[in-house]
Design a protein around this ligand. Structure first.
Ligand code: SF4
Length: 213
């Protein structure tokens, strides 16, 4: 990418970091994916259990081989071959893991984390339970405010996730939200973290790169 454009994105990332810090989150600017990976691996070395919220951003960082080397138990409900009951158990274990890794559907320039969940394990673990949470965010997730965040989720994140998960949802066909009433609906819990919840340890890594949905 052109250096001038990269600089503009950097300023936007730094604005998000400053706003998150004002809201009591530990927010860190990472100029590259590699820098974010180093931060995560350093934290993972202290953990015995590591939970994954099912984020495409985290998946794109390709951390698994390094995390496996730490010797920690990896709690991944999306591993192939798991029964519905096994998936549910892993999701429950994620709520009390040492380190929980997740993305965020959007981050506002006011320093809020905005997410919509279908099951609720991701937003649940983000708010309370794990000893440490790391939220990994690409620059493409930074938006002006909550209104823009919700719009982004319904127009981009949810339809893309619906297709990824091969769900029978109207947005997976048209690419547009119709506020469906489908049994498969993935938009069920809308959670806005205006400030870091008082008992949670949440570090937000803002990366100057496009990552995830
Ligand atoms: S409400 Fe339904 S149609 Fe709209 S984005 Fe969510 S799952 Fe898709």
């Amino acid at each position: 990418m052109d250096d001038n454009l990269l600089w503009v994105y950097e300023q936007r990332c730094l604005m998000a970091v400053a706003a998150l810090q004002k809201n009591c989150f530990e927010a860190v600017y990472c100029k590259s994916r590699e820098e974010a990976c180093r931060n995560i691996i350093d934290e993972a070395r202290k953990a015995r259990t590591i939970g994954f919220g099912g984020s495409m951003t985290v998946r794109e960082l390709q951390l698994e081989p390094d995390l496996e080397q730490t010797g920690a138990e990896l709690l991944q409900h999306n591993k192939p071959g798991l029964s519905a009951e096994e998936k549910l158990n892993i999701r429950r274990q994620q709520l009390t893991c040492d380190l929980f890794l997740t993305g965020s559907n959007a981050v506002t320039l006011n320093g809020q984390l905005v997410n919509i969940d279908g099951v609720g394990n991701r937003v649940g673990a983000m708010m309370f339970g794990p000893k440490q949470v790391i939220v990994v965010v690409g620059r493409n997730k930074i938006v002006e405010d909550v209104h823009a965040a919700l719009k982004r989720i319904k127009e981009i994140a949810a339809p893309a996730n619906a297709r990824r998960l091969d769900l029978k949802l109207p947005c997976a066909v048209t690419g547009q939200c119709s506020e469906c009433n489908s049994p498969d609906r993935i938009c069920r819990a809308t959670v806005i973290l205006d400030r870091k919840p008082s008992q949670a340890n949440i570090r937000v890594l803002i990366i100057n790169d496009d990552l995830g949905y």
